[in-house]
Write a protein that binds this ligand. Structure first.
Ligand SMILES: [Ca+2]
Ligand SMILES: [Ca+2]
Length: 180
C-alpha cells in the first residue's frame, strides 16, 4: 500500500474505513496529503521529525517523535507506510481525550510489558510538558512522576498498567503539564 503514483485500491480504502473513523473522502484526502509530504509513499524518521518541528516549533519533541515512530512502524521496516500513518491519525484526530492519552501512555511503554515503570513514567511526563512548549526540569518531572507513582493500587507492582495510568493522568492532567 502507498507506492509512488499509485492509487489506493478500493479494497484498501474499505479496509481503512473499517479500521478508522474516517470517511472515504477523508481517507483519500489524507492519502493525497501523505503523498505530498512523502512522494515515495513511505515516511522516514527524518521526515517525521520535520512534521513535528512544524507542529511543535517551541517544544523539544525528540523523545516523543522517536516513540511515535516506533509505535507507528508496526512492521519494523524503518518506514511508516500510509496504512500505519492513517490508523494512528484516526486515534489522534478522532479519538476521545482518554483514547489519545492512552495512546501516548502506550508509546512510552518502551519495553512493551503492558505497564509503565517508574523510569518510563518520568520520561512520559518530561516529554508531555516539553512538547507542549512548557519548561520543566528533570527534578520537577521526577517529583510529578513520584506523585503519580505513589497512587499505584499495589505498592508491590513494578509498573502501572497503561489503562490505570491513563485514568490517573486524566484526573491530574492540569497539575501535571503546567510549566515551572
Ligand atoms: Ca512500517
Ligand atoms: Ca513498560
Amino acid at each position: 500500500m502507498g507506492h509512488k503514483n499509485t492509487k489506493l485500491s478500493k479494497k484498501n480504502v474499505k479496509k481503512i474505513m473499517r479500521e478508522t473513523r474516517f470517511t472515504k473522502k477523508e481517507v483519500l484526502d489524507w492519502y493525497r496529503c501523505f503523498l505530498l509530504d512523502c512522494p515515495t509513499g513511505k515516511l522516514s524518521r527524518s521526515e517525521l521529525v520535520k512534521i513535528y518541528d512544524a507542529l511543535f516549533p517551541n517544544g523539544d519533541h525528540s523523545t516523543f517523535t522517536e516513540a511515535v515512530f516506533r509505535a507507528c512502524d508496526i512492521n519494523n521496516d524503518e518506514h511508516i507506510c500510509f496504512y500505519e500513518f492513517i490508523t494512528t491519525m484516526s486515534v489522534m484526530a478522532r479519538g476521545t481525550l482518554n483514547e489519545r492519552l492512552q495512546w501516548v501512555c502506550q508509546i512510552f511503554d518502551t519495553d512493551c510489558d503492558g505497564t509503565i515503570s517508574r523510569d518510563e513514567l518520568e520520561e512520559l511526563i518530561f516529554t508531555i510538558v516539553a512538547i507542549t512548549g512548557g519548561k520543566v526540569c528533570r527534578e520537577t518531572a521526577c517529583e510529578r512522576a513520584e506523585a503519580i507513582w505513589i497512587k499505584r493500587a499495589d505498592d508491590e507492582i513494578d509498573g502501572i498498567p497503561v489503562t490505570v495510568l491513563t485514568k490517573i493522568i486524566m484526573s491530574a492532567r492540569k497539575t501535571l503539564i503546567q510549566s515551572e
